[in-house]
Design a protein around this ligand. Sequence first.
Ligand code: GAP
Length: 503
Amino acid sequence: MTSTTFSMEELVSLCKRRGFIFPASEMYGGINGFWDFGPMGTELKNNIRDAWWHDMVHCTPDGPDGEPLSIVGLDSSIIQNPKVWEASGHVGGFNDPMVDCRETKSRYRADHLHVITNCEGGGRMYAFVDGDQESYDRASKLLAKYEKVDSLEEGYETTLLVDLESSDFERVVGPDTKEVGTLTEPRQFNLMFDTTVGATGGEDSKAYLRPETAQGIFLNFMNVVDTMRVKVPFGIAQIGKAFRNEVTPRNFIFRSREFEQMEIEWFCHEDEAKKWYEFWCDVRKNWWKSIGLTDENLQMRQHESDELAHYAKEGCGTFDIEYKFPFTDPGFGELEGVAHRGNYDLTRHGEFSGKKVDYFDQLKNERYVPHVIEPSAGLSRGTLALLCEAYTPDDRPSKVYMKFHPRIAPIKAAVFPLVAKDGMPEVAKKLHDALKKRWVVQYDVKQSVGKRYARMDEAGTPYCFTIDGDTLQDNTLTVRDRDTAGQERINIDQVESFLSEKI
Ligand code: GAP
């Protein structure tokens, strides 16, 4: 019997126990906002990365009219000329308004703070962090204690902190204090990490770690056009690390300070931007479904005009593909954004560098700066979504199994000799040697077969092959299915074709 509910603590504990994700620098007490992927997590993340690259770059889907499309790959430098970030609007623009607590020294994103206020005005207001149940419960408790009311229905409502008048701030009780007036008004804070290039140091050698992989693509647009015989519309794809000095990294790897993105910049004519925007929203949502996210846990949400990034103010807007994470449930959290960036970035790089950045369309005899539709997915955040989706509480001995889609499962199959004698290990080893040339397959001989199944269930291995006494007589073995725990016998010679068909 399976149930669908579980807490993030249970998932985090499994990730640690089974080698998916560890806190970075754990031996030194960790470092907030940084995580290490263990052996299982690395295989899982690489499988998602490879599936994306295969499906978007090597086997780009056909266009809306069945026409073949082209996307080429890129791997640009993490550190670029600092002028890049002035042109892109990240220096000066990549700021989030922040609120500090003078008493606790905590810092919050202003747009993440809500307050519980008296509908009639006046009195104290109690701030909490949006989407953080613990923070909300704390604010409600203070409300009950000091205002002697039990619920919001009794003349209280919630509102955004950023909507308050300046004069109201002295009446706000911060999310982590009991005192009023400790929160500052929202102030700008730059999210880019900086570093120094070369030995001399100083302001002149300051450079930044990229906060998005996208800019490397824009910088190489002309190089790709000049060398690859591509014709607009076409795309450039890149996967890689991005760094943001997030003020409140939280919810495990959902918001971290170092993470990976999988981005496509799709270059098209302005007149066709709407068509491609709709096309990529559709393709990208379906892609997440193809690797295991279920429809009921996904939703598309159009950005309100005041949420749009500085590069997406004009045009069709931005759709977020959102996933129902356990910490957002019953709400949803962003997994990928599909944005119409107009020709903002190419135009700005043309202006700031003084170099020509445009495209000559020979068929139309027209020169123009292409518009861009950008499907920008989080690889780290996608890995978290797939871990959440896979986590399946159950009454089997392991009490939980990871129901990964076989394509992204870290281990595709395990091979067990039932006991470590009577010729079984030799047969199992031979089978393992053959299978491991094609897939990640684990050989396990330690402990009872039940314990070995339990280990594989927690790792999310779809199939286990067990060699027993009968195998030596009739060349058959048992295949155990992870999801049903059911077993069937097949011939040892059929194992490779069985796995090819299932994976
Ligand atoms: N180039 C556009 C861009 O970077 P974004 O919405 O800021 O847009 C795209 O980021 C995706 O990157 C998000 O949908 C999310 O999956 C991921 N992402 C952004 N910030 C993140 C963070 N601090 N930790 C983990 N993933 C993050």
